[in-house]
Design a binder for this molecule. Sequence first.
Ligand SMILES: O=P(O)(O)OC[C@H]1O[C@H](O)[C@H](O)[C@@H](O)[C@@H]1O
Length: 545
Amino acid sequence: MDRIWMALDARARAVAERPISALFEDPGRAAAFSAREGDMLFDYSKTNIDAETLELLLNLAEAAGLAACREAMFTGAKINETEGRAVLHTALRAPGGSVQVDGRDVMPELRATLARMRTFAEMVRGGQFAGQGGAITDVVNIGIGGSDLGPAMAVQALAPFHDGPRCHFVSNVDGAHVADTLKRLNPETTLVIVASKTFTTIETMTNAETARDWMAARVADPAAQFVALSSAQERTQAFGIPAGRVFGFEDWVGGRYSVWGPIGLSLMLAIGPDRFDDFLSGGAVMDAHFRSAPPRGNLPVLLALVGLWHAQVLGHPTRAVLPYDQRLARLPAYLQQLEMESNGKGVTMQGTRPLRPTGPVVWGEPGTNGQHAFYQLLHQGTQVVPCEFLVAARGHEPDLAHHHRLLLANALAQSAALMRGRSLDEARAIAARAGHAGDELERQARHRVFAGNRPSTMLIYPQLTPQVLGRIVALYEHRVFVEGVILGINSFDQWGVELGKELATALAPVIAGTDPGAGLDGSTRALLQFVAEFESRPQEEGRFR
Ligand SMILES: O=P(O)(O)OC[C@H]1O[C@H](O)[C@H](O)[C@@H](O)[C@@H]1O
C-alpha cells in the first residue's frame, strides 16, 4: 500500500498546477466522473481526480482488501476487534436471510423486536396506548450521541411525512434543555423514551430522572408513560420500566449506527411503521449496491476515495457537508459523530501510529444559509475546504416550486463558482465598472479575485422521502467504513470519549464540595474557584419545578 500512497503523492504534485476546470475539456468528464445508485446521482467531476488518479485510488481499496472486509462486516465477523464485537447495523435493515453471530442466527430476534415496535407505535398513534390524560400528543426522546442524533436528524428530515405525535429531543445535561422542552408539554399526554444503549450515560440518566419527577408531579403512575430503548435490560428494569415497554438491541449495533433499530422508535412514532419500513428498505438498497456494484460505480467507495484524496493525499484537514435541504439541517451534526467518532483515531488496528492523517474534521450547515455566513472562507480563505453538496431535484412544496428552483440554482452555482473562481483580469473589469482607476483599481481588484480550483462533490436525489433518507444515511455509513478499512483503523470503537467522562465523574463531587479535589491542575483549580464565588450569591428562584 505504501507504494500506492506514494504514487498518489506524486500524482498530487503532478496535477497541483492544473485547474479542475481544465479537465472539462473532455466533454465526457461529467459522465465519467459520476455514478448512480438507482435515481440518485453522485458527481465528483469537480475535483482534481482524473483517470490515472482514480485508478490509483481504486488500487488502494483493493490493496486494503476492501471486498473481503466488507463481506466480513455484513456476515457478522467480529471486526470491531478492540471490543470483540461484530458490526451488524446492516442486519437491522436486512430484508431477509440469516446472519450468524457466535453460531446463532440473529435475524429472528431482530424481526421480533421490530414487530413489537410496530405494534407499540400503532397503539400510540391509534390512541389504544394512551397517557393518563388521554391520547399521546407528544413524545420526548431522552438520549445523547447515537441515541439522539440519528432520530433527531431523521425526524426533522421527514417532516412532510409526520402524522403521529410531535417528537422532541432532549440530550444535553444542561438543565436548560430538559426545562425548555418539558415546560411546553402536558405530562398527562406525553410519552418519554429513554434511549441509551448502555443505560449508564450520565446525561441521559440525569435527564430521565428529571423527566420522571416532572411526570410524577402530575400523573399517578409516571412509569406507565416511559419506554426504554437499550441493550442493558437489567438496568432498564432497575429504573422502573417494565420489560413490555423495553425495546432491546445487541452490542453489535454501534451507538452511531443505531437509528435503524429501537433507537429509531421516535421516528417510527412520527411517520408510522410503514414509512419507517421504507427508511429501512432505503438502507437495504444502499447495502445491496455497496455489496455488489463494481468499485468504479459504487457510491460509498467513490465517496470514500474522494475523501481520501482530499484529506490523506492533498492534506485538506476539514470537509464541509452542505445540504441544500433545510430539513437536513441536522445532517452535518449527525455526520460529525458518524465520521469523527468512527475515524478520528490515532492508532491502527495493529496498535501502531497511522502513517497518514486519519478522519478529517467534518462540519457544515444547510445552504443557502451558509452562503451568508462562512462561504467567504470557502471561496477566498487561505485553506481549501472540499465541499460535499447535497440537494433534492424536487421539493415537497409544489406551490413553492420557485423557492426550490432558487435553492437548486444556488447549490449548482456555488459548486461551479468554487471551481471556476474569478481571475485578476475579470476582477479588474469589475473594479473599473465600480469607478476605480489606477492603483486603487489594482488594489480593489485583488480583493475581488477568487482563486477557484476548489473541489466539491454533488449528491442529487429525487426527493427527500423516507426511502431516500435511508439510502443517504447508509451511503455515508459505508463511506466511513471504506475510509476506515483503507486507513487500517477500527471505525467502530470510541475510546477517545472515555477520559473526559472519567474526569467529569471525578470532578462532580469536587464541584459539589464533598471532595477537596487533591491533584487538580492549576487551571482547573482556578476555574473552580471562580465558579465557587458565584455559589454564595443569592439566586432567583428556579421556575422549572
Ligand atoms: O446510548 P448510550 O449508551 O447512552 O451512549 C450515547 C453515546 O455516548 C458515548 O459517549 C459514545 O461516545 C457514543 O458513541 C454514544 O452514542
